[in-house]
Structure formats: C-alpha cells, structure tokens
Write a protein that binds this ligand. Structure first.
Ligand SMILES: C[S@@+](CC[C@H](N)C(=O)[O-])C[C@H]1O[C@@H](n2cnc3c(N)ncnc32)[C@H](O)[C@@H]1O
Length: 305
C-alpha cells in the first residue's frame, strides 16, 4: 500500500471483520464440486497473516489434488518457505520489480533488498517448492531491470514473467505512456540475448504467454493492457472481508461474509457463487479505452492482483 494511503489515522479492520481461515476454507470447499481446481493466496502481503500455514493445511485437507499457490513479495519467504511447503503449498510466485538495490528500495518503499528476496527464493527451491517471478515493468522506472532479472532467474532455472503496468485502483498514477508493452520488452531481450521464439500455452486460462530465449530459458509476458484476455479469465477473487469480485477491475464485490455467518451451508454458498459467476459481464481490460465515465475500482493492495 502506498505510504500516503497509510498514515497514522489508518484504521485496520477489526479481527472479527475479516474472514477466518475456517470461513475461507468453507468457501473453497463449496466450490470444489463446481470444478474449482486452483486457489491462489495473495494480498496485501499474505506472509504477514499469522499462521498462514494453518490455512494451507486446511485447504490441503479438503482435497489432495487442489493446486495451492501463493503470491508474495518474498521478504519473509526465507523464514516461512519450509512450513508452508510441509503444510501443502504447491508453488510460489514472487514479485520482484528490480535487482538493483536502490531501485528496489525506491519501488517498494522499504529497506529490504533484492538479496532478502533471493534468499527466500533459494530456500524455496532447495526444499522443492517451484518458484516463478513476476516483474511489473513501468516505463521510465525499471525497464533497465529486464535483462539483469532475466539473467538472475535463468541462472536459478526460474521463469520470470514481465507484466504490463495496469490501471488497477485509483492511486497508482497510471497512464498509457507509463505502460511498456510486452512487444517492447521482447525487443529489449532480443537486443541482448538474440531472437525469441513463442511457446505454446499449456492452458487457455494461462495469463502469461511464454517465449524461449536462444539459450533455452523461458520468459513469460502478461500483456493484459495490449492483449487483454478477459474471455479466457476464470478467476474469482475473495477479499479478506469476505466479498467476491468477478474482475480485478470491479468497483464492487458481492458480500459472502453475511451469508456465511448467517449459517449458509456449502451447497447454498455454491449456488450463490454460481449465480454471481454466470451473470458476470465485466471485461474491463477489453473495454478500457472505450470507457469514458469515471470509475472507482478497488485498489490492488485490497484485491491482490
Ligand atoms: C498486489 S501483489 C500482492 C501480493 C504480494 N504482496 C506481492 O507483492 O506479490 C500481486 C501482484 O500484482 C502485481 N501488480 C501490482 N500492481 C500492478 C499493476 N499496476 N499492474 C500490474 N501488476 C501489478 C504485483 O507485482 C504482484 O505480482
């Protein structure tokens, strides 16, 4: 969350306002019969929530086949990787927008360093937890990091996915000039490493398009601004306070917390979510340039990316 949004007057949600691990688990359980096969835990910063491994173990107990992933800034990963893995986590995505220490500290507005993040990545890999890296590229800010980050990841046998900077929320000063397209990022890589070759996607709902470098390593691009993929999107998002959002750019969610606490059983929750999902019409990324009205979409720090 940007520091200016987080002054001393910031009011945290009371503990009873956020969903318990048991409540989140029952939402997931209700969706398994409808075909839910993957859960991603994001945030905020998920490693800041106490005993996160307990939640992962609850999810794992539901279904041994469920794909459980986590997106984190990686700063606390070194400390938590092993217990998360032992509790049933399948894989980790680490956000890392710079390998240059000062630039990293400016972007993250923190005193942590890329080395802290790499320590966490290295521990995760050592214990057998697959890792991917996400890097949001903002023009004029961190395009200089594309080549060094690709090198650091390919040395570790990790796929780095470069993300086009999106206009999520209202506080990130987004404008089209600050977007570096996937095509422009590939040109930077081509100039340094030689020609790139596209690779086939494993699933239609995969958000990243994969390309192979001459040395055989793979890089990905999430091009949601220049090549929107709303039609293939199968993601519903559940906020910490229990609302379901059908799009990253939604202005409003649907309250599930009240329904859960009113005593709805898993079948009733499933019916409600199915209804919300079947009636969704949002495809913001495809409409972005045509929408003229002022919108107030939820912040990334709230909905989790
Ligand atoms: C909001 S973070 C939340 C999880 C965790 N705190 C982290 O840092 O990974 C989830 C993902 O959204 C990405 N992201 C944040 N702002 C973005 C933007 N404006 N455009 C594209 N991706 C963005 C981040 O880089 C990260 O990979």
């Amino acid at each position: 969350m940007p520091r200016e949004n987080f002054g001393p007057e910031h009011v945290f949600l009371a503990k009873e306002e956020i969903l318990s691990y048991e409540e989140m688990t029952s939402v997931v359980a209700s969706l398994l019969p409808l075909g839910l096969s993957k859960v991603r835990i994001t945030g905020g910063e998920p490693l800041l929530r106490r005993d996160l491994h307990v939640f992962i173990a609850l999810l794992r107990d539901l279904d041994s086949e469920l794909d459980i992933a986590l997106t984190t800034n990686g700063v606390l990963l070194e400390r938590h990787a092993e217990i998360l893995f032992k509790s049933g986590l399948n894989r980790i995505t680490v956000s890392l927008d710079a390998v240059h220490t000062e630039l990293f500290q400016t972007i993250t507005d923190s005193k942590s360093s890329p080395e802290d993040v790499f320590k966490g990545i290295d521990v995760a890999q050592k214990i057998g937890l697959p890792v991917k890296v996400n890097c949001v590229v903002k023009k004029g800010v961190n395009e200089s990091q594309i080549v060094p980050l690709t090198k650091a990841c390919s040395e570790r046998n990790i796929i780095v996915r470069f993300i086009e900077f999106m206009d999520v929320g209202t506080t990130n000063n987004w404008n089209l000039d600050s977007v570096m397209s996937g095509q422009e990022m590939r040109e930077v890589l081509r100039d340094h490493f030689g020609p790139l070759e596209p690779r086939a996607a494993a699933h239609p709902s995969d958000v990243a398009r994969l390309w192979r470098l001459v040395d055989g390593s793979t890089v990905g691009f999430i091009e949601s601004v220049t090549k929107p993929f709303c039609g293939d999107c199968s993601r519903a998002r559940l906020s910490a306070h229990g609302s379901i959002y059908t799009c990253l750019f939604s202005e409003q969610g649907f309250d599930l917390r009240g329904i859960l606490r009113f005593g709805a059983d898993e079948q009733e929750i499933a019916t409600i979510i199915r209804d919300i999902w079947l009636h969704r019409e949002d495809r913001y990324s495809e409409l972005r340039t045509q929408l003229k009205e002022t919108r107030h979409p939820v912040e990334m720090s709230f909905i989790g990316g």
